[in-house]
Design a protein around this ligand. Structure first.
Ligand code: SF4
Ligand code: SF4
Length: 479
């Protein structure tokens, strides 16, 4: 047979030799569906499970995040789609690991298990299946974030090895799914019922905009009919790329939505909303706050461990109610490094892209080349450190400008920033720059702290020069 209908996701693409399906990730070769880019991972690092985010499964525990590139969907603005379309399969930014090596790394890092997130496990399904199977044999737990567009065939293969899942809902209508390149909502509801029936721990997430509250309340009612205990993670929409700012609900609107959704569900959480207390877990019986969390980057949460520790049996300390949380919480909650793991990584990408845009560089291949450099070993940490101090930030700008082939534009931007910084430094050096002074830059910090601060940012050495590594030979790397 020289063609085959792919059974990994419900798009069921027709695969012929040399012609990948809609996701671009699988081919039909010698009677088998094969991955076009096997054993390559964009991210492999330990994270706390709240970063996934997953809120009712072993709170505070450490899991090994794995992320590849690409997706079977095509949601507007998704960074995963951008990466796979622009990044070469031989990109130096991708880590090469076999399934055995991934599992060994999870064990070596003292993780409770392995989670596939950020892009969809359906984009690397044979690999994820193998990792899940090996991980289970080693006593590790396995979870993923997914659009849940599994076929019955692929889901039945995965179910024996899947402990938990975060289903990212695109809405609750066919139209919402069509906007992401999928024909209908139906397969997701079918798979939700199958996952629930198989006893997999499920949390659902959705993006709340100004226009879809009614649709998402339908989703909450549907979930409530399966189980009032199924957590709903509401991601307050934040404008990205060219999305209209009028789509962003206010914090009050988003909190009101959560209140209404709680008529159907006991646990509704609000993300992307610093300062809101709607990320905490409250006892639905007496209202006592049992697990406190805070905002952690886009789509993420951080568990705040109380002095007395977390309740080991997940019971409410104020009443006899037992919370529907799987497993005991971690004895010591894990917290990953800056920009490492989960969606903070996408913030790092956005920072790099913003620097390039400010220099007039919008060509996708140049932006991706910059991302690739940041994603290589230690790059994220270096970026995080360099944006902490103005001197280093400017040096990084110059470095990116050289590599992107626009050193003059970088110099103009750097010179402008240096001028502004010099004005601030000058104000600090004035005798009346002490606390309470009338200078526009007066600060409430002590003069000794201010002096230390001046030394730390202003005297920091510039980054070493480099050549235009991202400047393609076939033309200027400009807009
Ligand atoms: S995984 Fe889905 S999108 Fe990709 S080839 Fe298979 S059916 Fe098509
Ligand atoms: S399903 Fe998720 S990973 Fe896939 S394109 Fe949509 S948002 Fe991106």
């Amino acid at each position: 047979m020289n063609h085959h209908h792919c059974t990994i996701c419900e798009l069921r693409c027709r695969l012929v030799p040399g012609q990948p399906g809609a996701c671009g990730l699988y081919e039909w070769q010698n009677g088998n569906i094969v991955e076009r880019y096997p054993d390559r991972f964009l991210v492999i690092c330990p994270i706390s499970i709240e970063t996934m985010p997953m809120l009712h499964f072993r709170p505070g525990s450490k899991f090994l995040q794995i992320t590849t590139t690409g997706c079977n969907f095509n949601c507007p603005g998704c960074i995963s789609t951008t990466l796979v379309k622009a990044m070469s399969p031989d990109s130096k930014a991708l880590h090469r690991r076999t399934a055995d090596e991934v599992v060994a790394e999870a064990i070596r890092s003292d993780c409770e298990g392995i989670v596939f997130l950020m892009n969809d496990p359906l984009a690397a399904f044979p690999r994820f299946l193998r990792i899940a199977e090996l991980a289970h044999h080693q006593g590790l737990e396995v979870g993923c974030s997914s659009n849940a567009y599994f076929t019955p065939e692929s889901l039945s293969q995965l179910l024996p090895f899947l402990d938990f899942i975060n289903i990212g809902m695109k809405g609750f209508t066919d139209a919402a799914y069509k906007a992401c390149g999928a024909p209908s909502l139906r397969p997701v509801l079918r798979n939700l019922a199958a996952l629930h029936g198989a006893g997999v721990h499920i949390e659902m997430s959705c993006i709340l905009t100004r226009h879809n509250a009614a649709e998402l309340l339908e989703l909450a009612r549907h979930m409530g009919r399966l189980s009032r205990c199924m957590p709903l993670q509401v991601m307050r929409f934040l404008p990205f790329e060219n999305a209209g700012i009028d789509l962003e609900p206010s914090i009050r609107e988003a909190e009101d939505f959560c209140l209404t959704a709680r008529q159907s569900l006991d646990y509704v959480y609000l993300f992307n909303t610093p300062g809101s207390d709607s990320l905490h877990t409250r006892c639905p019986h007496c209202g006592h706050v049992i697990l406190r969390r805070e905002f952690y980057g886009p789509m993420g949460a951080k568990l705040k461990t109380p002095k007395q520790g977390l309740p080991v049996d997940n019971s409410c300390p104020a009443c006899p109610h037992l919370l529907p949380i799987v497993g005991p919480p971690a004895a010591a909650t894990y917290q990953e490094g800056d920009f490492e793991g989960g969606y903070p990584l996408t913030r790092a990408m956005e920072i790099v892209e913003a620097m390039l845009i400010a220099m007039g560089v919008t060509r996708r291949d140049v932006v991706v080349a910059a991302w690739e450099e940041i994603l290589q070993d230690g790059g994220l940490k270096r970026l995080h450190q360099s944006i902490q101090r103005p001197r280093d930030y400017i040096a990084t700008l110059r470095d990116f400008g050289r590599k992107a082939g626009v050193p003059e534009r970088a110099e103009t931007l750097a010179a402008y920033l240096e001028k502004q910084l010099a004005r601030v430094a000058d104000a600090w050096h004035r005798p009346n720059a002490a606390p309470g002074s009338t200078t526009p830059w007066a600060s409430p910090v002590s003069t000794s702290t201010a002096a230390a601060w001046r030394i730390s940012w202003w005297n920091w050495p510039a980054a070493s020069a480099s050549t235009g590594r991202w400047h393609r030979a076939d033309g200027p790397a400009t807009t």
